[in-house]
Design a protein around this ligand. Structure first.
Ligand SMILES: C[S@@+](CC[C@H](N)C(=O)[O-])C[C@H]1O[C@@H](n2cnc3c(N)ncnc32)[C@H](O)[C@@H]1O
Length: 209
């Protein structure tokens, strides 16, 4: 039987938890600058959902300082680390495409380096789910790879990993098509273990219905 992408990703991140964390040690990525921009727009104690939260560092820890954090990740090992790193957060293991929350639950949803691991044809469904979970005028902050990549399994940090993404114009169009307005976006490069990789950063807001 062919393995589902999320099974490959779960096993991969269980295996590479430590080498992934080390990738950022020498040159911090732009994640916290974007996150701080989002957090200043939210009232204290606002409820934030972090999709693909990894080990909770650095984003979950920053969110949980002044806000209520719910983190989800498909890797059980990453969730184990997140619980230890961010005792103030609530964490669960699961596939973000299978998550169910009542409409209007969250003031903001974040997803840092997560959507590149979903089959790209499921991105519209992901954006629709997030749109439902957000309160009126709620925010989505995410970053997505900029390669036009239909879906591939590659060796990454010594483990098989699933990657898939659209070009930036298609990703932007899917987001606006799901009922978001883009507040701010930019393509930013970062260094990952000596390689330069570009991501499309998107801060978006749920349009009034
Ligand atoms: C590149 S890591 C990013 C971790 C963290 N967000 C960060 O900023 O460093 C991607 C994370 O997304 C998780 N992930 C990928 N696909 C997922 C899915 N379908 N459901 C839940 N988590 C997923 C992976 O397990 C991994 O921890």
């Amino acid at each position: 039987m062919t393995e589902e992408p999320q099974q490959i990703v779960a096993r991969g991140y269980d295996a590479v938890a430590h080498s992934y964390a080390a990738l950022e040690r020498d040159a911090p990525w732009p994640r916290l600058a974007w996150l701080d921009d989002l957090l200043t727009r939210l009232p204290d104690a606002a409820h934030v959902l972090d999709l693909g939260c990894g080990n909770g560092l650095p984003a979950g820890e920053r969110i949980a300082r002044r806000h209520r954090l719910t983190g989800v990740d498909v890797s059980a090992r990453q969730i184990e680390l997140a619980r230890a790193n961010v005792p103030g957060g609530e964490f669960s293991t699961g596939d973000i495409l299978r998550l169910r929350h009542p409409d209007g639950t969250f003031a903001a949803v974040t997803a840092f380096y997560t959507f590149d691991h979903l089959p790209r044809e499921r991105l519209p469904e992901m954006f629709q789910l997030i749109h439902g979970w957000l309160a009126a005028s709620g925010y989505l902050l995410c970053c997505v790879e900029i390669e036009d990549q239909p879906g591939t399994v590659a060796n990454w940090l010594g483990a098989p990993m699933y990657f898939s993404s659209y070009d930036p114009d298609t990703t932007r169009a899917l987001l606006t098509g799901a009922g978001f307005e883009i507040v701010r976006d930019a393509i930013e490069k970062q260094t990952e273990g000596g390689h330069e990789v570009g991501y499309l950063w998107l801060l978006a807001r749920k349009c009034p219905e």
